[in-house]
Design a protein around this ligand. Structure first.
Ligand SMILES: *Cc1c(COP(=O)(O)O)cnc(C)c1O
Length: 435
């Protein structure tokens, strides 16, 4: 796979396709004008670097789409839950979609408004429910009847009424990777379409609950608009039925899932997609309803890169390997989903490229970051793994006792280190010998 798009460094800034804030300038790859090599020098590698302007641009596409409407954008923080990233979205007025009480504490520490927090996930514990009730979050997105009953009990015990939406499963195929498709019948998520009305009637009868909306989320890395348009029709059919049964729904939450361009993906732009979805809402009389969405990847995915150093070149009979200092513990998407990330040299060489599998140091054959890449590299060279803003650092682990990477947020001329590199002392802090 040729990363040829990225082999034409120019003296004038040449943005990488689809990455307006990442550009070659004088043969040096820069983010918002700052050379990534200088950041790697200052902070070490592997290093995640994020562009604040890219995040705000991605958010602005949604905001344009919703101009003149009542809409709350709740950033699905599991995509990247680092405090400094959350703070950017909190300051921009976003709400947050959380999936654990750890995420709740994180986002409160980053300055989120509790009323703009919504809580998704199939396995909320009683403890997590109480925590979220006490904090006063905006909505629980309930995923099963069993959860509904438990939430009712917990809310009553606290003398509160829990605001709820029910996550419905519209049974549309989002045409994405099976591991990130969530709106099909065989998934663990949501309430089946045909059980929805009965579940709402049960919810409306429980004194510890207050029905405030309806929710759906059909999957992730969705690159076509048809699944969204189909899901919208099915959700609005349900809204019609639920309201006809005398249960008003103050808001409609349409989830997240919009894809980004990793390789040759051509997802619709957020504003263009919402133009079409809003037209549908208008036709059916719901255009002025309070709307919510839960985008994650599309707000941060292309705002981040992972800078890594080439440690060794290992030529072989069948394959050549370029061994880098980032691994599956830092960047799990290739190992988990066989995902593609472009890999671009920070200072491109003029030598003829050689085909490499780009792999990490972890003791697993699944520890690869890129396969069959044409690269002109030498040991000591720095590479940028692109599209590393979402589901990379937030999925990072300590496998092989590797400390998690440092993270830097670039804001024009400013650089903020938003996470220190994890030390072995950090890793050992919770462990003890047997005696
Ligand atoms: C993960 C998730 C999202 C965000 O998905 P993206 O593909 O990152 O936009 C939104 N809502 C729910 C319920 C999720 O689980």
């Amino acid at each position: 796979m040729a990363d040829h798009l990225f082999e034409r460094p120019m003296t004038t800034p040449t943005p990488l396709p689809g990455h307006p804030h990442i550009a070659y300038q004088n043969n040096a790859l820069c983010i918002e004008g700052q050379p990534l090599a200088a950041l790697a020098q200052a902070h070490g590698t592997p290093l995640f670097v994020y562009s604040k302007a890219s995040m705000l641009d991605a958010l602005a596409a949604y905001q344009r789409g919703f101009a003149g409407r009542k809409a709350q954008i709740c950033y699905a923080m599991k995509a990247n839950s680092t405090l400094g990233v959350l703070q950017v979205f909190a300051q921009a007025g976003c709400g947050f979609d959380i999936v654990s009480s750890g995420e709740l504490d994180r986002v409160l520490a980053a300055g989120a408004v509790p009323a703009k927090v919504i809580f998704s996930g199939v396995g909320k514990t009683r403890h997590e429910m109480r925590h979220a009730l006490q904090v006063g979050i905006g909505c629980f997105n309930v995923e099963s009847t069993a959860e509904l009953e438990v939430l009712n009990v917990e809310a009553l015990a606290l003398g509160l009424r829990a605001p709820i939406s029910i996550r419905v499963n519209p049974n549309v195929d989002p045409k994405t990777h099976p591991y990130i498709s969530t709106g099909l019948k065989g998934n663990k998520f949501g309430i089946a379409h045909e059980d929805t009305l009965a579940t709402y009637q049960r919810a409306a009868s429980l004194p510890g609950l207050r029905v405030v909306g309806i929710d759906c989320h059909i999957g992730s890395q969705i690159t076509e608009e048809t699944p969204y348009l189909d899901a919208m029709d099915r959700v609005l059919d349900l809204v019609d039925a639920i309201e006809a049964a005398g249960i008003p729904l103050a808001h409609i939450d349409f989830g997240g899932g919009l894809g980004i361009n990793y390789q040759d993906d051509t997802p619709p732009a957020a504003d263009a997609l919402w133009h079409k979805l809003l037209a549908k809402l208008d036709v059916r009389g719901y255009g002025q309803r309070q709307l919510m969405i839960e985008p994650g990847r599309s707000l941060v995915g292309n705002a981040g890169v992972c800078v890594t150093e080439v440690l060794y070149l290992k030529p072989g009979e069948q394959k050549n390997f370029a061994i880098i200092d980032a691994a599956m513990n830092d960047l799990p998407r290739p190992a988990m989903y066989q995902a593609f990330h472009h890999i671009a040299p920070l200072s491109p060489r003029v030598d003829a490229p050689v085909q490499y599998d780009v792999v990490g140091p972890v003791c697993e054959s699944g520890d690869w970051i890129g396969r069959d890449r044409d690269l002109a590299v030498q040991p000591g060279d720095l590479l940028a793994v692109l599209s590393a803003g979402a589901y990379c650092m937030s999925m990072a682990s300590n496998y092989n006792s590797r400390g998690r990477a440092a993270e830097v947020l670039v804001d024009g001329p400013l650089t903020h280190r938003i996470r220190q590199r994890e030390t072995l002392a950090d890793q050992l802090r919770l462990e003890s010998l047997v005696g």
